[in-house]
Design a protein around this ligand. Sequence first.
Ligand code: BMA
Length: 821
Amino acid sequence: MQAKSLSGSWQLQQVGKPETYQATVPGSVHLDLMAAGCIPDPFVADNELRVLWVAEQDWQFSRTFEVSPAMLDEDRVYLVCDGLDTLGQVEINGTVVGRFENMFRQYRWDVKSLLKAGENEIRFTFDSPVRYAEAHEAQYSISMPQPWQILGGPYLRKAPCQFGWDWGPMLPPIGIWKDLRLEAYSRARIVDAHVRPLVVDGKGVADVTVKVDNWGGAPLEAVLTVTAPDGSTLEARAAVDGQSGKVVVEVENPQLWWPNGYGEQPLYGVSLKLLSGNETLDTRSYQVGFRTLELRREPDQWGESFTFVVNGTPIFAKGADWIPADSFPTRISDEYLEGLIRSSADAHMNMLRVWGGGFYEEERFYDLCDRYGILIWQDFTFACNKYPTDEAFFENVRLEAIDNVRRLRHRASLALWCGNNEMEQGWVDWGWNNPNDPMNQQLKIAYDRMYHHLLPRVVETEDPDHAYWPSSASSGIPFSEPNSENRGDCHYWDVWHGRKPFTAYRETYPRFQSEFGFQSLPTLETIKTFAEEKDWNMTSYIMEHHQRNMKGNGLIIAQMTDTFRMPKDFPMLVYLSMVLQAEGIRYGVEHWRRNKHRVSGTLYWQLNDCWPVASWSSIDYYGRWKALHYMARRFYAPVLLSVEDDEKNAKMNVWVTSDVVAPWSGEIKWKLVTLGGETLESGAESVSLAPQASQMIFSRSFTLTPDQRRSVVFICELEQDGKLISRSVNPFIANKHLDLASPNLKVGVAQEGGQAVYTVTGESLARFVELSLTGADVIFSDNYFDVPAGVTVQVTSPIPAGWTIEQVRAALKVTSLYDSF
Ligand code: BMA
């Protein structure tokens, strides 16, 4: 087997225009035009609107390449394209090789007859996805119009959000977005290898079925090598009979793979060789983990459970929804991607949902999730829309589903296949269904066929080891209460879209909360990349351009006034919007974790951004942690202290919730204290929890005067072996009405190795203390924390590369709630 990558330097040309540009493959037209200085950065100001024309044109990518006589000596030479975005045709030496129409599929053509030894030419012509989508929409008008979207996306198998979303710009990329290469084989090649890392009676079993194309007809052998984390190897071989063979390696006492927080992530290498005698004809290699995984759905007193169970241990899923990490995905660096996955694991997450409006992620994404112990809920890429009903569309999707299920099914991180995002809800709850319209009925029948028949059948056939779920949200019963609290997963949007207060979260008891969220602005440093200071106003043209949920900025302000005083300036508005978001999501997650006997997971909407924008994300486009991400690290901690406050009755219920699989014991210390630090009452309770239990430890109503409500707080601390592990500060009134005084915060900064240690104290309660270093992006060990009067709080950060501790001191900025008004 020989391979030759065709990635690298290409030439780009707009169809019908003479100018040529240098192009980078993998890449896209927008990125090449930006690099050539021909279009402005679409993420700055409202430049997006100035570059809409790019995706309305047709584009050609071409290059020459050498083919060696040795390659042409092989029986077959394929052109293999891992990702073509999206629509067009490819020619070699002037002859059309084939057409493509799906960015999620791998395309493979036998091109030997078109190649010659020496120089060859290859040319891709990409048709405008926008013109295609709009023309089809004009003809069939099936899609659901949204103000933030180019219409007609569903006609194309292209990431739906690239046509615009309620957090994303309308910038559909065009181009060769993954590697492409020539692959040459003689006699036979591997067509498919189904690698199943199983655990059977405590033994690891690497069970591999290989399918081959054996046009040479010679006897073939498959050799399977399993490499343990310590480098030791086990090998087995088996004859390939006809077009398929099965080879199995058993691993005694395998090290089990666990989700983050439940154990280690030992990974085994699996490599497969196809031999003819001593000659290797083809190879494949994989990274696997041995684990069992089940989606447990059992009838119970509330309906039906929805719990992921790994190696027999029920997991409380803690995480977020994942969207594409860039509108132009080919420029996502390995460091950036790892930063996002590491940040998820750092916040004690164990699950991300790859949401159906994006794309099936690249190998490197799942490699990281395997390594960091992040389970993946994988949607098929359909979201919030009605899709075509014709046979060609169904066949295109069937091939796409087979490609991607085969590509990902061996992954330790893969937890679930899910049909689509929110489309069952559309049919049942959002008025999509019009029984009097025959076209509409056809669309609904097509929905049923796709998500209740075609896709589950592909999963059943290609990946019997993972469950299929028809839609998120769904009850699991077709067209029956998809957003039911009693069974299946839920999306809860009454807080945010429905403008309910955060307290409304406590009225819900979903079996699995796979979406809920609240927006904030991105960090000020990020806002500076798209808005000049003159535009620093919530309702300025530019700030509203970087807000795609039409009512979004108003919703932020409205909810802010429930909780906080009006911010005194724009930087404080940014700060408060982040704190508000963090507080809201905390409120929900704490409630659902307290009720873990009933609720089995929370995935907040959304982890990340694809451009700089006001959104529901906890990490902004530049990888900066918003307050929510720091808060997530606290509310997703393995042992959670939370206070169920009842403002009206001045009642505080103190809970401890444990995800630890062993018994847990510790101590609660509480006090009623003035903002100035005077203790009015205090007490302590011991905590002793069964494995994975949640329990109310202490409950108390206080009698407070109206003045006291504004000037005292309830502070609770959780200790283990005398060491503080968590603190919770709870007012008896909305934060805006607290009688806060200037805390006069003092921060000592010392150096310990490569770390800066910040020691924070104040004279009066400081809420949501934010530390930042002007001129550097660092992640602090904690941030947006409370500092009660007279209490010392210590946090650390890495010292930025090349900085002295004096520079850290000079750059340190400290903000607390008191500074916001
Ligand atoms: C859910 C998601 C997305 C959307 C988000 C915020 O519906 O599935 O479609 O971006 O809410 O509105």
